[in-house]
Design a protein around this ligand. Structure first.
Ligand code: FAD
Length: 405
């Protein structure tokens, strides 16, 4: 059986390795648009910018691994068109590859801002190692960096920029940071923490244009007419799935390729979609999600590799992700869906606390700052839906083990 994997990122690289680990003996071809072997993206906004990581240290596996495992890895090649009628994919090198099973692992791309000046030199995004390398060069001491978007990537870039001595201003449309993903208590905490590290914020502002001189960005124009001067801009306003190939081939898409619990397309049983490009069911919340996280890429790689090799479906996991800023480790388990109460455990002033989102007496999500036990047990509580004693949950003198009963 020939397995063709399109996209050699975290999900694609992982599923290739797992297929061999699970005993698949047939052909595996891994096609990736980037010139590098599959690598971890999270350090791009953290260690890479600070010069503490590079392409080699971030690789999921040493590049020899693919040949050793009989995986035909083709870097620098893009999949252009999926033809389901003859089960082939047309590649940018002109070849047309046949498949018995196709795994779409094409990830997502940074959402551009369609405003005047968007094409100026110095207006950057952060999705790939090449992007990170460009950005690093723009972040030295005294350089003025404007970050558009106060989400996780924007805030991580801001923290790295400060570590490198850059002057950083974050421009955010909403009236608080991380508005799409977290509660006001955490938004305020992060704002205060960044301000203490010298980051400036403009909240509730709309960016209308980038101003340039000689083809290079020199400022960001806001809707109120003010121009924020800068030497470089990073746009971090979200990402969109690379699902065009699937949609053009008639596969169901809805903010990503629609798949089932095996990560299999609901339209075509020979096609799987994993990682950022997939729109997947999440039974604990009884709804569909498109997630952008490494744990999600790993979970779906396991689901697809299991289904392809005839193994039992792996047990469902609690979705989670993390963000590192300065000495803060934020770990988030679950989603605050249908939550009717927010409970705080610990003391934000001490920089070690957790926010629990509950529906009745069930935990739906946890946001833990420098608090691994709250995160780990919180995830277990989310998955099990076991009722919790709220008085114990908010009392840091009661261990999380005891809270979990
Ligand atoms: P990707 O890793 O994006 O890989 C997709 C690959 O497919 C890319 O190499 C792309 O070039 C290639 N491709 C696309 N189209 C084609 C085509 N037509 N043909 C061939 N190849 C194609 N997650 C966390 O959990 N924690 C974090 O702290 C965190 N930090 C992050 C920081 C940054 C700066 C970024 C960008 C992401 C971060 N993420 C984080 C998200 C995480 O990296 C992604 O969820 C994860 O990489 C998804 O893996 P993927 O394989 O689905 O997509």
């Amino acid at each position: 059986m020939k397995v063709l994997i399109l996209g050699a990122g975290h999900a694609g690289g992982t599923v290739a390795a797992l297929l061999r680990q699970y005993g698949h003996q047939g052909q595996i071809t891994l096609v990736g648009e980037e010139p590098l072997a599959p690598y971890q993206r999270p350090p791009l906004s953290k260690a890479w910018l600070k010069g503490e990581a590079d392409a080699e240290s971030l690789a999921l596996k040493p590049v020899e691994f693919y040949a050793e495992q009989g995986i035909d890895f083709r870097p620098g090649v893009r999949g252009l068109q999926l033809k389901r009628s003859d089960t082939t994919v047309l590649l940018s090198d002109g070849s047309r590859l046949p498949y018995d099973v196709l795994v779409l692992a094409t990830g997502a791309r940074a959402t551009p801002l369609r405003i005047p000046g968007a094409g100026l030199e110095g207006v950057m995004f952060l999705r790939t190692a090449a992007d990170a390398e460009r950005l690093k060069a723009a972040m030295g001491p005294g350089r003025r960096l404007a970050v558009v978007g106060g989400g996780y990537i924007g805030l991580e870039v801001a923290a790295s920029g400060r570590a490198l001595g850059a002057e950083v201003v974050v421009l955010e449309r909403e009236d608080r940071l991380l508005a799409r993903v977290t509660c006001p208590a955490l938004s305020n905490f992060f704002r205060g923490y960044h301000e203490r590290h010298g980051v400036a914020f403009e909240l509730g502002c709309s960016v209308t244009a980038f101003e340039g001189e000689g083809g290079k960005v020199v400022g960001v124009r806001l809707a109120n007419g003010r121009v924020v001067p800068c030497d470089a801009v990073v746009v971090g306003v979200g990402a969109a799935p690379n699902d065009e190939i699937a949609a053009e081939a008639g596969l169901a898409t809805a903010r990503g390729v629609v798949v089932d619990l095996d990560a299999r397309s609901v339209t075509d049983s020979t096609v799987f979609a994993i990682g950022d490009v997939s729109y997947r069911p999440m039974p604990i919340y009884d709804r569909m999600f498109r997630m952008e996280s490494v744990p999600n890429a790993l979970e779906q790689a396991k689901q697809a590799a299991s289904a392809i090799t005839g193994r039992a479906r792996p047990a469902g996991e609690c979705p989670w992700q993390w963000s590192d800023q300065y000495d803060l480790k934020l770990q988030i388990g679950g989603y605050p869906i249908d939550a009717d109460q927010v409970l705080l455990r610990g003391d934000p002033v001490g920089g070690r606390f957790a926010v629990f989102h509950l529906n009745g007496d069930q935990v739906r999500a946890v946001e833990a700052i420098n608090s691994p036990p709250e995160f780990i047990i919180g995830k277990q509580l989310i998955l099990s839906r076991r009722p919790v004693n709220k008085a114990k949950l908010v009392d840091p003198s009661v261990s999380m083990k005891e809270v979990a009963g």
